[in-house]
Design a protein around this ligand. Structure first.
Ligand code: ADP
Length: 486
């Protein structure tokens, strides 16, 4: 696809209009696979954010009063257009994010699925009646939209992390402002174009790109913004929580994770290796639910480790557009530096590289952001890799011998997003699933994320759920009406 087929949009969407920054400022978007500049995108700030908030507030009354069927029809149309343009959106995503084209196509369909789901679920925002304690009263529960909702989203899923907020927020009758990650604004802006084509009224969906703390500063101090939904690092999540405190702004936080992956002695080893590969290598290891610590029972350790290493070695690493590529570049130089630091720290403390463990030089035209899929034997708790999110294609392994020990080790983390384990014993499966202090548990499943299920974490992985019917609670307020019959 050439540049004109991609229809790159570099301006912001405010009140249905495509606008540049008031001062004409722009920032660069880079292809992480080649270091080439792809676009100059509007570098907007507080005044444009204020305009977007005003536009969203202005559109709210009409949008919130429409029927769920009406909103759902427009949202479904938007998702249909995403599928019509799946190839183009996937190209844009691979260009700015680096993931293999097949994964980008998959993410586009996954992103559309959140909108399809929410468009239907919006019709089921049921209320309740509660028996009152006096015979001349009735108590009714209403579920109403919150108002203007803002979302701050990350670069690892440039489309899906937006739609899983946008879809339910709009389906519930809210209006939105999206602030995408500075590394991947183009996928977000492309969604804005499709929303307009689908007939979404002006101001219902606004997109602002630019300096994140300036934009967030306006979002958290403007009293028209009633909710902020954030997906990103725990570090930034904590900053936002402090900012939200001043105006008591409602929050959902989907933050970092440090997923344990447990292989019990009765596991189907081939299934466990397949699950480990799916969980570890999706997006080159750059997801908050990627397996980060592998605990393997001593009876099956060698079999699992050697099969995992063989599977890792067979992967094709390269530019996302190249035929058959399964692992793309990491997003930027900081990401590479972190992975290198985690591996060298582990080696200096006694771990051993079974495969990989190095930066790859893919020759002319390629950036220095390709890291070999890696298996490291013998990680221990004092290593960085054991406590911090690596966000790269590195699988650290260690042995265990008892169920109680491995559950304690798995839970020994400030994070609580996703955990995985493999066993064929149904009783053990239920016991372990209940004991893991995580919001998402993949029991014999390496890829549990799906639009029907409530995705989200506990502990420092945040709060709030995305997906399924539970997400609708994130975008509605409960009101009760106490009705005196007189
Ligand atoms: P990552 O480490 O994965 O890049 P971040 O938490 O830094 O995750 O970024 C996730 C999103 O949060 C991005 O849209 C980014 O621009 C935004 N962000 C980063 N720092 C801040 C901040 N201080 N205030 C508001 N948003 C921020």
């Amino acid at each position: 696809m050439n540049a004109s087929d991609l229809r790159i949009q570099s301006r912001n969407l405010i009140g249905g209009q495509w606008v540049s920054a008031a001062d004409g400022g722009t920032f660069e978007v880079i292809d992480p696979a080649t270091d080439r500049r792809i676009a100059q995108v509007a570098d907007c700030g507080a005044s444009e954010t204020r305009q977007a908030i005003d536009a969203a507030a202005g559109a709210y009354l009409d949008w919130s009063r429409r029927t769920a069927e009406d909103r759902g029809t427009i949202l479904r149309r938007m998702a249909d257009l995403m599928m019509r343009d799946q190839q183009r959106l996937a190209h844009l995503m691979t260009l700015e994010q680096g993931k293999p084209l097949s994964e980008a196509r998959g993410e586009t369909a996954y992103a559309a699925s959140f909108i399809y789901w929410a468009a239907e679920e919006g019709k089921r925002l049921y209320g309740e009646t509660i028996p009152a304690s006096s015979s001349d009263k009735r108590i009714l529960i209403l579920r109403q939209p919150i108002g203007v909702v803002a979302a701050i989203t990350p670069w690892n899923f440039p489309s899906a992390m937006i739609t899983r907020k946008l879809g339910p927020a709009l389906a519930c009758g809210n209006t939105c402002i999206i602030k995408p990650a500075e590394q991947t604004p183009l996928s977000a802006l492309a969604l804005g174009e499709l929303a307009i084509e689908a007939g979404l009224p002006a101001g219902v969906f606004n997109i602002i790109t630019g300096d994140s703390s300036t934009i967030a500063g306006e979002l958290f101090t403007n009293s028209l913004v009633r909710k902020v939904s954030f997906t990103g690092s725990t570090e930034v999540g904590k900053i936002l929580m402090k900012q939200a405190a001043d105006h008591v702004v409602r929050l959902s936080l989907e933050l970092g994770g440090h997923a344990p992956f447990i292989v019990f002695d009765d596991a189907d080893i081939d299934a466990a290796v397949a699950g480990a590969m799916a969980s570890k290598l999706r997006n080159s290891g750059q997801t908050c639910v990627c397996a980060n610590r592998f605990f393997v029972h001593e009876a099956v350790y060698d079999a699992f480790a050697s099969r995992l290493a063989a599977a890792m070695q067979s992967l094709k690493v390269g530019r996302g557009f190249d035929e058959g590529v399964q692992v793309g570049p990491l997003i930027d130089d900081n990401a590479i530096a972190k992975v290198e630091q985690h591996v060298s720290d582990a080696l200096s403390r006694g771990a051993r590289v079974r495969t990989g463990g190095k930066l790859l030089d893919l020759g002319e035209g390629c950036s220095k952001r390709f890291y070999a899929p890696t298996v490291v034997d013998g990680f221990t708790p004092e290593m960085k890799i054991s406590g911090e999110e690596t966000f790269g294609p590195v699988a650290p392994l260690r042995r265990f011998s008892s169920d109680d020990d491995v559950i304690a080790m798995a839970n020994d983390s400030p994070y609580g997003l996703a955990a995985y384990f493999y066993t064929r014993d149904a009783s053990r499966l239920m016991r372990v699933a209940e004991a893991l202090e995580y919001g998402i548990v993949g029991a014999n499943d390496g890829l549990p994320s799906t639009p029907q299920a409530p995705f989200g974490g506990v502990k420092q992985s945040g709060f709030g759920r995305e997906g399924g019917r539970h997400v609708m609670h994130e975008y509605t307020n409960i009101k009760y009406v106490s009705w005196g019959l007189g």
